[in-house]
Design a protein around this ligand. Structure first.
Ligand SMILES: [Zn+2]
Ligand SMILES: [Zn+2]
Length: 182
């Protein structure tokens, strides 16, 4: 999705994109699905592109739901994301975009540069998608995880491993008895 700079008015330019209606967002979802992301909802982008000569600011929100694997219990669950973002955009003369000095400046000042007369939303939204997904997703904040010994999902039931671990002379004897019976 390319937004022509000349189509923008001074001040705020609100946008609302819904992957159910926008082909470029449908394509983005197809691309992300190929990378392993299972979408459970449409992808919604609400944004406001503010023009303050000579620069632009993009402020918005990304809303979607994707399947994630819990980092503790390994269960799949739908992660609901509603993530705000804020980006400063500055225009550069064409051909300058890939210069190393610019890349450095972009990182230091947290500015995205664009060439020519169009702001391409695809790379911006793709980047924000990845930034909005936590490094480790949890199915719930107090997920109990799985037992390291028997693999029981401790969210659904408790296992006996913690009790077994405490070795008493009696428990040793019991294990020996079991062993002999085999
Ligand atoms: Zn979990
Ligand atoms: Zn266990």
């Amino acid at each position: 999705m390319k937004i022509a700079v000349t189509s923008l008015v001074e001040g705020e330019n609100p946008f609302h994109f819904d992957s159910q209606k926008e082909d470029w967002l449908k394509e983005l979802i197809t691309h992300l699905t190929k990378e392993g992301y299972q979408f459970k909802s449409p992808l919604i982008v609400d944004a406001n592109l503010t023009k303050v000569d000579p620069d632009f600011y993009l402020r918005g929100k990304l809303k979607f739901s994707v399947d994630q694997t819990c980092a503790r219990c390994a269960e799949q669950f739908p992660l609901n994301v509603n993530s705000p973002f804020e980006i400063a955009l500055a225009n550069v003369p064409s051909g300058k975009l890939r210069s190393p000095e610019l890349a450095e400046e972009s990182e230091e000042l947290d500015i995205n540069f664009f060439e020519g007369h169009e702001i391409d939303l695809n790379p911006i939204i793709t980047e924000q998608f990845f930034l909005s997904i936590p490094y480790q997703s949890l199915c719930k904040p107090d997920c109990l995880g799985i037992c390291q010994q028997c693999g029981t999902n401790l969210n659904s039931k408790m296992c006996q491993c913690a009790e077994k671990k405490s070795i008493t002379p009696f428990s040793v004897l019991q294990e020996m008895k079991l062993f002999k019976q085999e």
